[in-house]
Design a protein around this ligand. Structure first.
Ligand code: AHR
Length: 327
């Protein structure tokens, strides 16, 4: 009887230990040997850049590569994105990737992830929260991108043409918008340029085109520069200018500044319609996969990883550069 009791006790203790094993240190939570990753994307098909980014993550975190990727598309709704992340915590995924719609509003849900032992990787966008609440951030220096654009503007407007700028912002509160806007505002102050108007075009071609058409009615040929915070919005502005019979780009048209440098828009740069296109690399998938594999084998990724990026100009870009482009 005593022997039976001891055997029972050993069995209970062993079962208890297995059940308590943490989802990040052991394998019991892995579905069929795959690493389960919840991916909270802003809006999977929002822009050419965002589509390339979504594809990159889906390809790198495929089943063949050992991952079970669950994509939650917030449709650029910040509150929905926070609840998507809470949903991943409730599902007990192994890792969470976030491309944050908004810099704010993350403290509670990230504390919940930490308490649940689920590592969070921030991809693309930064947030306003303690860096103890996430493992690492991988993305672009958005302020630095804006500086590259304003450096080109300094040369363009050094010869006497006044810099009268209309500014199409990204979705307000996204770190890409915050950084690129801050760089422009700093340069406006430093160089005495004129900001005619500023409004969000929500990263969208159609919205940007509508806003630009109303600015053309209001300011007409006083506009000498469009600073559009992504390729899709630059395209909308160019369409509005051309429909109004105004020249976009080149040496003597309205100067067009864009960000992202997706292939189709680099072609527009070669055609001269976009003067300065600042690169923002969306191909984060392979690096995210590498970061997760590092953590799986007990390693610690660097807290911050900024992607190397450059800028392309209408008078120096070549077809070879465009043909070599992956996105
Ligand atoms: O965060 C990167 C930015 O977000 C890209 O410029 C834009 O196109 C996207 O939505």
């Amino acid at each position: 009887m005593k022997k039976l009791f001891v055997l029972l006790l050993v069995a209970i203790v062993t079962l208890g230990l297995v059940a308590c094993e943490s989802p990040t240190t052991g394998t019991p939570s892995k579905s069929g040997g795959l690493i389960t990753v919840g991916f909270a994307q802003c809006k999977a098909d929002e822009s050419d850049w965002r589509k390339a980014n979504t594809n990159s993550v889906q390809q790198a975190l495929s089943k063949e590569n050992g991952f079970d990727l669950i994509l939650a598309d917030s449709n650029n709704d910040a509150a929905k994105q926070v609840s998507d992340v809470q949903g991943f915590i409730d599902q007990e995924v192994d890792y969470i990737i976030i491309a944050a719609v908004n810099v704010d509003g993350w403290d509670t849900v990230l504390k919940n992830a930490k308490d649940a032992g689920i590592p969070v990787i921030l991809m693309d966008r930064t947030i306003n929260a303690s860096d103890e609440l996430y493992e690492c951030w991988l993305g672009s220096d958005f302020y630095g991108e804006g500086v590259k654009a304003t450096e080109w503007m300094k040369k363009r407007f050094s010869g006497g043409t006044p810099a009268n700028i209309v500014h199409l912002q990204g979705q307000l509160g996204a770190s890409a918008q915050v950084g690129r806007t801050e760089a422009l505002e700093d340069a406006i102050t430093a160089n005495g340029w004129t900001l005619l108007a500023q409004q969000t075009g929500d990263w969208s071609t159609d919205t940007a085109k509508e806003i630009m058409s109303s600015w053309i009615q209001q300011f007409g040929s006083d506009i000498t520069c469009v600073y559009a915070e992504n390729d899709n919005m630059a395209d909308g502005a160019i369409q509005a200018l051309e429909e109004a019979g105004m020249k976009a780009g080149g040496d003597d048209g309205v100067a067009i500044i864009s960000f992202d440098a997706n292939r189709a828009y680099l072609q527009m740069t070669l055609e001269g319609k976009i003067n300065c296109n600042v690169e923002c690399n969306p191909l984060h998938g392979p690096k995210v996969a590498e970061i997760i594999k590092t953590m799986e084998s007990g390693g610690k990724p660097s807290k911050t990883e900024t992607v190397e990026e450059s800028a392309f100009f209408y008078d120096t870009i070549t077809q070879e550069i465009i043909d070599a482009r992956q996105y």
